[in-house]
Design a protein around this ligand. Structure first.
Ligand code: KIV
Length: 266
C-alpha cells in the first residue's frame, strides 16, 4: 500500500518539479474515491457551505460543521494529506482563538494541516499557528470569505494590484506557511509568484504555471448547477446519471416493479 503523504513530501515535490494534485472532499464516500484516485492532498474546503449545504457563500459555515466534515474525510484518507479549511470567524479575531480552533481541527478532526484565507493581514495568525507546529496552507488572491469587500467573486491582482498579491505571497511564506493557494489571479502573476516562492503554490483559476492545482470535487463531476466558473473543467457529468437513477427508482416503486422476491427475505 502507498504510504501517507506528509508535509515534507509536499515540499519535496516542489523542489523536484513534480506537480501537486489537490481535490476537495467533504464526506466518507467521496473522500474514499478521491484518496483511491491518487491525489496528494484532500482539502476539506469550507466550500462545503455552498456545494453541500446550499448556502450562497461560505460565510455561514461553522467550526462544528467543518469538524464533522473533516472527521468523515479523515476516516477515508489513508494516503492523501488531509487539510482542514478554517471557517469564517474561527481565526480572524485573534491569535489565541485562531490557535485554539486550528488545534481543534488537528486534535478533534484528525487533519494534518489547516488552511486560512488572507495574506499580509493574516501573517500574525499564520506565524502563531505555525509556531505551535500546526502546518498552515495560506490562501490569497480571490479569497471567498472576503466576498463583500471584493464586491463579488472577481479576479484579483490585475494591473496595479499585482504588487499587493506578490507582497501577500511573500508575507505568508515568511510567516511559516508550508504552501499557498493562489485563487482567481492572472496566470502571468501566478507564474511569477511560483518562481519567486520556495513553498509550493496551488492554483485555482490561476493558470498553468502553479506548482499544483486544486478544484472542488462537485465542480469536476457536474454536481453543482448553481455556478460554473471559467477555471473549472468538468471531467464527468454525474447530475443526469443520478437523476435518471432516482426517476427509475420512483417509477419502479410506484408500479410495483421493485422490490421483488430477489430483494426479499424468506
Ligand atoms: O473551500 C474551498 O474548497 C477552497 C478551495 C476551492 C481552494 O478554499
Amino acid at each position: 500500500m502507498k504510504k501517507k503523504k506528509t508535509i515534507p513530501d509536499i515540499l519535496k515535490m516542489k523542489q523536484s518539479g513534480q506537480r501537486i494534485t489537490v481535490l476537495t472532499a467533504y464526506d466518507y464516500p467521496f473522500a474514499r474515491l478521491v484518496d483511491d484516485g491518487g491525489v496528494d492532498i484532500i482539502l476539506v474546503g469550507d466550500s462545503a457551505g455552498v456545494v453541500v449545504a446550499g448556502h450562497d457563500t461560505t460565510l455561514p459555515v461553522t467550526m462544528e460543521e467543518m469538524l464533522y466534515h473533516v472527521r468523515a474525510v479523515k476516516r477515508a484518507a489513508p494516503k492523501a494529506l488531509v487539510v482542514a479549511d478554517m471557517p469564517f470567524m474561527s481565526y480572524q479575531t485573534g491569535i489565541e482563538e485562531a490557535c485554539r480552533n486550528c488545534g481543534r481541527m488537528i486534535k478533534e478532526g484528525g487533519a494534518e494541516a489547516v488552511k486560512v484565507e488572507g495574506g499580509s493581514n493574516m501573517a500574525h495568525v499564520i506565524r502563531a499557528v505555525s509556531s505551535i507546529d500546526i502546518p498552515v496552507m495560506a490562501h490569497i488572491g480571490l479569497t471567498p470569505q472576503s466576498v463583500h469587500r471584493m464586491g463579488g467573486y472577481k479576479v484579483q491582482g490585475r494591473n496595479d494590484q499585482a504588487e499587493r498579491i506578490m507582497d501577500d505571497a511573500l508575507a505568508v511564506q515568511n510567516s511559516g506557511a508550508f504552501a499557498v493557494v493562489l485563487e482567481g489571479i492572472p496566470a502571468s502573476l501566478a507564474a511569477e509568484i511560483s518562481v519567486e516562492l520556495t513553498i509550493p503554490t496551488i492554483g485555482i483559476g490561476a493558470g498553468p504555471s502553479c506548482d499544483g492545482q486544486v478544484l472542488v470535487i462537485h465542480d469536476i463531476l457536474g454536481l453543482c448547477e448553481k455556478y460554473s466558473p471559467k477555471f473549472v473543467k468538468r471531467y464527468a457529468d454525474l447530475g443526469p446519471v443520478i437523476s435518471a437513477a432516482v426517476t427509475q427508482y420512483v417509477a419502479e416503486v410506484r408500479n410495483g416493479e421493485f422490490p421483488t422476491e430477489e430483494h426479499s427475505f424468506s
